[in-house]
Design a protein around this ligand. Structure first.
Ligand code: GRF
Length: 202
């Protein structure tokens, strides 16, 4: 499958996906495009270094969110992109993208959903005082981190954790889990029925 990764920031998950692809760990997946809403973000440089084409658009250059996304959809279709992988893409998706890519957009979130959806999930978990948090990969719908869960891994919160120390352990788990799920997804092994998902073994 031809994959577009969407990212707004550092792009460490984007980098982990590229590394996994180079190591032959993305199954039938091939990362063909980076889409970013922040042309100055470090992730853009990572795409350039990796030789991956990038579509860098500023939403505020468009009259509406829908017109911004229509431009993205046109590019995805031109490049025959089958799957959209969100990796730190800090925007809600509208039906302009959701409808043509129904069931083909996934996201990674640094908590055990449905806990701590939205921004700063790691800070939210520390503030709440939970002893266990983690990472979720889920299908994307129109809500904020609300789509069906595909995979989750737990991370223990330690008594002396700071936002940085906890983030570091969560990110390590992300870099393992996301390539696994993207590989399965790209190889057609992720099944969805209602809110229930299954990753087939082969
Ligand atoms: C990750 O923690 C991801 O779970 C969340 O945003 C962060 C992106 O980090 N959705 P990076 O840009 O991949 O370094």
């Amino acid at each position: 499958s031809r994959i577009a990764v969407f990212a707004s920031g550092q792009g460490s998950n984007f980098a982990a996906l590229i590394d996994a692809q180079r190591a032959g760990l993305l199954g039938e997946g091939n990362i063909e495009l980076l889409v970013s809403d922040k042309p100055e973000a470090p992730v853009a440089k990572r795409a350039e270094d990796a030789g991956i084409p990038a579509l860098l658009l500023r939403p505020k250059d468009f009259a509406s969110r829908e017109l911004y996304e229509a431009e993205i959809v046109a590019e995805l279709q031109q490049r025959e992109i089958g799957l959209v992988v969100l990796a730190g893409y800090m925007r809600l998706i509208t039906p302009v993208l959701l409808t043509p890519y129904a069931g083909r957009i996934i996201n990674i979130h640094p908590s055990l959903l449905p806990a701590f959806a939205g921004k700063d999930a790691i800070g939210q978990a520390l503030d709440y005082g939970v002893k266990l948090t983690g990472v979720s990969v889920h299908f994307v719908d129109g809500g904020m981190d609300t789509g069906p869960v595909i995979a989750q891994r737990s991370v223990v919160v330690q008594d002396n954790d700071t936002a940085d120390s906890l983030a570091e352990r969560i990110h390590k788990v992300e870099y393992e889990l996301y390539p696994e799920v993207v590989g399965a997804f790209a190889s057609g092994k992720v099944e969805l029925s209602g809110r229930k998902t299954i990753i087939r073994e082969k």
